[in-house]
Design a protein around this ligand. Structure first.
Ligand code: HEM
Length: 475
């Protein structure tokens, strides 16, 4: 494996990142076909390429072995933003749109013991939801299926058993918002605006700073709310696992978890639906064989929702691929580019043993990879959402050709703004009645029911209150 070789100092002749001409990564070509851009960068520079991210030079790591090296070698590749030389020297533009998210100090941006302690807290707080035999785990599983059914029933009630829908605005986004509300123990008024603020932060829009501030404030209020009124939810269990957490720190942790739960998991749902709809044969085969876990692995391989992972900072000068990365340089490991290696090189020795779809980097790798309980939860949500969806429809067709799908523009997430489809439901679709699965000891309480109904009313407004994006794009 072509791993990095630690070296005391980079040779004087090797050009520093700041001195290289860089091409901007985020262009309309990148939005439309990032694969072609990764390929061109690879041909020009090899497995590590200098690129410009909104005016700031960054090493983009494209090769699978090099991405694995960066993800796994914690002592060389740091997460703490204070290692970033450009920032430490005050050379980052203060309004650089991607900075807002990186300045929120939470588990993702911690190293070593501080990071391990934060992961133990997460593990303990997420654990009960991971286990289908625990009341919390059982209830969450039942809730995801119920929410999926409710959303299809709403669609049938409002639009009819055949028509047009935007699977983003009318299925994946409200579904994940409902799951977040339930898992985090949120008051009902958390809404789509919060999801949009998380998008703005991740995509580095011009209002990323204020959007990050609003979302953080909302999660800090939630932390204070659950400290005063603990329940059977993730927020309360975080406090149980680490009573020392301040409202502000817990708010920051919830904020980051909400990014993954809402935005990333929602994208994974949409990307998986898309892979099935556009006829990805292997994804379809695994779906019809009932292997939903394999369906998700295949969709993640074809299109990982976290396309480019969080920045890492070099602790020392180091050779990576064909370049010298200097201490304090920033690198962004690209799962999407590395997956091209996996798909291209097949059974090559580069990918350890026989290639399996599980070699995908959709969950990351190394010490900061998606925690096992979160992975299980994410997988459960995606498989239930996708499985339930196809149970209800006899026909679903995208209304836009593949090359006209509207992708979000940003460095981290490869996700659709909307997925407009024409659909026909099986029969008249599920009814909007109380078909909730019950189990006497864990049946949702009256207040949980009221909460769900209140949320559904709000979602109805959100989903149908005005011209939908799908109608705008249905042509
Ligand atoms: C299908 C859904 C999901 C995908 C594809 C996904 C993907 C990822 C990836 C790629 C990373 C590593 C990022 C990096 O190293 O830069 C990560 C980390 C993380 N994910 Fe997930 N995730 C998903 C669902 C979830 C859910 C549901 C939660 C929580 C409820 C969650 C919580 C986290 C946390 C806390 C981290 C940070 C771990 C650390 O820094 O130690 N994820 N996830």
């Amino acid at each position: 494996m072509d791993a990095a070789h630690p070296h005391p100092t980079a040779p004087a002749a090797s050009p520093p990142l700041g001195s290289l001409p860089v091409e901007p990564l985020l262009t309309s070509e990148f939005d439309a076909d990032p694969g072609a851009v990764y390929q061109r960068l690879r041909r020009t520079y090899g497995p590590v390429a200098p690129v410009g991210l909104m005016g700031v030079p960054v090493w983009l790591v494209l090769g699978y072995p090099q991405v694995m090296e960066v993800l796994r070698n914690e002592s060389q590749w740091r997460r703490d933003i204070r290692y970033w030389r450009t920032r430490a020297e005050g050379r980052l533009p203060p309004d650089w749109p991607l900075l807002a998210g990186y300045e929120v100090r939470q588990m993702m941006f911690m190293d070593e013991e501080e990071h391990r302690a934060a992961r133990r807290t997460h593990h303990s707080a997420l654990g009960p939801f991971q286990n289908a035999r625990s009341p919390e785990g059982w209830e969450l599983r039942a809730a995801v299926s119920r929410y999926a059914d409710e959303l299809v029933a709403l669609l049938a009630a409002e639009t009819g058993s055949a028509g047009f829908a935007d699977l983003g605005a009318q299925y994946s986004r409200p579904l994940l918002l409902m799951v977040t509300t339930k898992l985090f123990g949120c008051p009902v008024e958390f809404g789509d605006e919060l999801v949009m603020d998380l998008w703005r932060m991740l995509d580095g829009g011009p209002d990323a700073g204020p959007a990050t501030g609003r979302a953080l404030a909302a999660f800090t209020r939630l932390a204070a709310h659950r400290r005063a009124r603990p329940g059977d939810d993730f927020t309360s269990y975080m406090l149980l696992a680490d009573p020392e957490l301040s409202d502000e720190q817990l708010g920051r942790e919830l904020f980051m978890n909400a990014v993954y739960l809402n935005d990333i998991t929602g994208n994974m749902v949409l990307n998986t639906l898309l892979e099935v709809l556009r006829g990805n044969a292997t994804v379809r085969r695994s779906l019809s064989a009932g292997q939903l876990g394999e369906t998700v692995n295949r969709a993640a391989l074809a299109n990982p929702p976290v396309a480019n992972m969080c920045f890492r900072f070099a602790a020392r000068d180091v050779r990576l691929g064909d370049v010298w990365v200097r201490a304090g340089d920033v690198v962004s490991p690209s799962a999407a580019a590395a997956h091209r290696d996996l798909l291209d090189i097949g059974h090559s020795h580069l990918v350890d043993s026989a290639v399996s779809t599980r070699a995908h980097l959709g969950w990351g790798a190394g010490q900061h990879q998606c925690p096992s309980a979160a992975r299980e939860l994410g997988g459960l949500i995606v498989t239930s959402a996708v499985g339930r969806f196809f149970d209800h429809f006899t026909k679903v067709e995208p209304t836009l050709p593949h090359d006209q799908l509207p992708w979000r523009s940003g460095p981290v997430v490869r996700g659709l703004r909307l997925l407009p489809v024409r659909y026909e439901l099986t029969g008249s679709g599920p009814a909007l009645t109380d078909r909730r699965p019950t189990r006497s000891s864990t049946a949702p309480s009256h207040s949980a029911d009221r909460q769900t109904k209140g949320l559904l009313a709000a979602l109805r407004k959100l989903m149908f209150g005005g011209r939908t994006a799908s109608q705008d794009h249905a042509g």
